[in-house]
Design a protein around this ligand. Sequence first.
Ligand code: PEP
Ligand code: MN
Length: 333
Amino acid sequence: MIVVLKNKVEEEQKRQLIEWLEGQGVRTHLSEGEFSTIIGLVGDTSAIDMPLIESMSIVESVKRISDPFKRCNRKFHPDDTIVDAAGIKIGKGNFCVMAGPCSVESEEQITGIAESVKASGALMLRGGAFKPRTSPYDFQGMGGEGLELLRKAREKTGLPIVSECMGVSDLALFEDVDIIQVGARNMQNFELLKALGKVKNPILLKRGLANTLKEFLMSAEYIMAGGNENVILCERGIRTFDDYTRNTLDLAAVSMLRELTHLPIVVDPSHATGIARLVPPMALAATAAGADGLIIEVHNDPVHALSDGAQSLTPEQFADLMVRINKVREVVA
Ligand code: PEP
Ligand code: MN
């Protein structure tokens, strides 16, 4: 349920109403936008007397929300959310390109790639230290040592870092990671989502391989319900019947999510296609569709990459793509 307040309500009246609502056994979430103030009610609202609230002098309207996701719902929070990751803003017109290798492989590799993607205009460095691989025999990532190398690359270039945390037991290692990624395979790891609700780091939540947008938003809701509202959604392709591409990029999801939620939405054209030559057109299409950013795999030597070489751009290809992304942004602005 949401309670929309009239314009120019005094702070004291607002406070009294919130106190009264919480006395009815629900939790409240205040959203003060440019044009309206909304109090969201979370919990069992079945006993709430809607007409009574509607009759209050400071109340404009009361609406029931049937969607199961509340905190991430745009009805709760009409303004776009801006997530701030170490000073880099994402959302509400703040466009952010995150780039880097699938896996951190060595100090020279991650630092070299960080320098080149920064020179091309990337605002954040991505790199997997803990890798969710389909086969147990494939490279599993450098673990804590990989995070250490990301920190070195950050120190050298100033680029904030984004890296995946695969489980609650590793979370303590991520305290100073600027954005913690939840991988597609972990989108419904509810214990991890609950734990991420208790940290301060912004979270990049990737859509599961075969999850609906409602399930995606419910996973964001888990993190937000725990107290961490800094969630960025990432569309990274879903499993469909076609197998020419690694996944099928669901670009309509960007527009649909824009209607449903106030959270920033980024697109990962690398995992969505699995093929490097398809990454630039899909990155441009996602930009035109209104994404708030992109996360793109870049490797200095894709042929010898320890993971996802086939979908990785070279630093030169990435530099060329950034020029075109900026042109598309100018056109759609
Ligand atoms: C990744 O970003 O390297 C990754 C494994 O992504 P996803 O979880 O989307 O497959
Ligand atoms: Mn990858």
